[in-house]
Design a protein around this ligand. Structure first.
Ligand code: SF4
Length: 61
């Protein structure tokens, strides 16, 4: 089963890195912050996005 992804909007700076790595999972919303729009196909890309977030706002478990 795919990991459950959450974004800490308090931390997110809307850089868009996660949307580039997983465009089917993350999207920048009207608030200028990333949101979760779908489920991950594979955990590896989620882990990559979480590791690539400059402020550590992505939690996956
Ligand atoms: S990589 Fe992190 S800071 Fe950048 S948009 Fe995604 S959640 Fe926000």
């Amino acid at each position: 089963m795919a990991k459950k992804v959450t974004i800490n909007k308090e931390l997110c700076i809307g850089c868009g890195a996660c949307t580039g790595i997983c465009p089917n999972v993350f999207a920048i919303g009207d608030d200028g912050k990333a949101g979760v729009i779908g489920e991950a196909d594979d955990d590896a890309s989620i882990d990559e996005a979480a590791a690539g977030c400059p402020v550590g706002a992505i939690e996956a478990k």
